[in-house]
Design a protein around this ligand. Structure first.
Ligand code: AMP
Length: 454
């Protein structure tokens, strides 16, 4: 029987209390299906993506085990290792452990690149209960002898598809080779390709499989639309959409490249909106500061690249704008999953230029859905819309030039141009908001209290 309330699940009282404080009453499908089997000590193969509640699905039973078996971790080691592809996701997972485990005494730390190594080495020296890490930096520490994984009892491999996309397979395999054989392993991926399946088989022992139709769930719950438009008109349309969204909620604007994100962000700011960009070229403290402002609602617009936005879990995101279409269709699902979090209403709008048409065709193939066309704007590209409706790829679209200016763009004739939105005056009445100081509670190390065995 799958539980329909957290009270039906045998989680310890301090965890139940934290859940009540979070206002969680009903387990999400992945939680209802995985927590009971994880509490029995079984391995898990979870096909689910961020947004389904999978972080609680693995952190709650792990916290329960830490509470019940309150050992001291070995020096330089950890009892729980969560391996995840990006720093943002690592920070998010660490924060979830903190939230759900706030009435339990346990230590945790984060390891990822882009910040100093020494605080991480110091934090690991006495051993920690929970280590959330990205593969590259973790391997550095292992190679230097600063981290030893022989004490791991719980191993969580998170966002495996993403991890492989980012080229971490070899690193991940090296890390797995350093784990003790006797452990409980949990494996999460949004998709299950043959390579992922093979990796799962090599790690898991008689796992319970739980599959939460991820793409469909996200694609179904987020209202989507596509605007067919010329590349050089996109900014005008964006200004219109940002104006409409102002005071409703938070917006994430996706750009395919770091450089593009910076340029776009500068333009958005010059148009009178308050916006900041996050991407891999910004330092970790900068990213943390930006995310803190965004989460607090002090920053209405975040311009992001795919990787940087990966772990962004902010409930009040009401609009996602795909300013550029991603060249991997799966990223589209991840992007639109940034809105409509935890059942909230969300809208995702994609701007598709002729050069990007093929990417958009890939998206519709993947989500097995026709995205409604929004032609109700001054820059609607009727010719492209027509081709799309007939299932014909735009001659200007190639997979190679999606990010660049399309060669041989045709004249602008033949499309309706109302111009009703042209007259937006930048800066009109928008109050720039004050930047908050960084208050990252889960930075690269520290804060761990050692506890004695009870
Ligand atoms: P995740 O997939 O773990 O990133 O979680 C997605 C979002 O759902 C996060 O904002 C969680 O705080 C929220 N969430 C997770 N589980 C529940 C639940 N059982 N009830 C309400 N919200 C939840």
């Amino acid at each position: 029987m799958t539980p329909t309330s957290f009270e039906e699940i045998a989680l310890a009282a301090p965890i139940q209390r934290a859940l009540k404080e979070q206002d969680y009453h009903t387990p999400s499908p992945i939680q209802a299906q995985s927590i009971p089997t994880l509490l029995k000590g079984q391995d898990l193969l979870g096909i689910a993506q961020t947004g389904t509640g999978k972080t609680a699905a693995f952190s709650l039973p792990i916290l329960n085990a830490l509470y019940e078996d309150n050992y001291r971790p070995q020096r330089r080691s950890c009892r729980v290792l969560v391996l995840t592809p990006t720093r943002e996701l690592a920070t998010q997972i660490s924060a979830s452990f903190e939230t759900y485990g706030r009435h339990i005494r346990f230590s945790k730390t984060l390891i990822f690149g882009g910040v100093g190594k020494n605080p991480q080495i110091n934090a690991m020296r006495p051993g920690v209960d929970v280590l959330v890490a990205c593969p590259g930096r973790l391997l550095d520490h292992m190679d230097q002898g600063d981290v030893d994984l022989s004490g791991v009892e719980f191993f969580v491999l998170d966002e495996v598809d993403r991890m492989l996309d980012m080229g971490f397979l070899r690193d991940v395999k090296r890390i797995i080779a350093a784990l003790p054989r006797k452990r409980q392993s949990l494996f999460f991926s949004a998709t299950l390709s043959p390579a992922i399946d093979q990796l799962a088989r090599s790690i898991l022992h008689n796992p319970t499989s739980v599959s939460i139709a991820p793409e469909k769930t996200t694609a179904e719950k987020v209202a989507q639309s596509v605007c067919f438009i010329d590349r050089e008109d996109k900014r005008d349309l964006l200004a219109l959409h940002l104006e409409e969204e102002a005071n409703k909620g938070l917006t994430i604007v996706f750009s395919r490249t770091k450089h593009g994100a910076d340029k776009l962000c500068r333009w958005i700011k010059a148009s009178g909106f308050d916006a900041e960009a996050i991407h891999g070229n910004r330092s970790q403290p900068q990213r943390d500061r930006t995310l803190t402002r965004f989460k607090k609602g002090d920053l209405p617009i975040l311009v992001a690249t795919d990787v940087a936005a990966r772990g962004v879990d902010v409930k009040d995101v009401t609009l996602v704008v795909n300013f550029d279409l991603p060249n991997e269709a799966e990223s589209y699902v991840h992007r639109i999953g940034r809105t409509g979090r935890a059942g909230a209403a969300g809208h995702a709008v994609s701007y598709c230029a002729p050069e990007e048409h093929e990417f958009f065709m890939d998206v519709e193939k993947l989500i097995q859905q026709k995205v409604p066309v929004d032609s109700n704007h001054a820059w609607h590209h009727e010719k492209l819309a027509e081709l799309h409706a007939r299932g014909i790829k735009s001659p200007e679209s190639t997979r190679d030039n999606g990010g660049k200016k399309g060669g041989g763009r045709q004249g602008r004739g033949g499309r309706g141009r109302g111009g009703q939105a042209q007259g937006r005056q930048g800066g009109g009445g928008r109050q720039p908001r004050r930047t908050e100081g960084a208050s990252n509670s889960s930075g690269g190390g520290g804060g761990n209290r050692r506890r004695r065995r009870r």
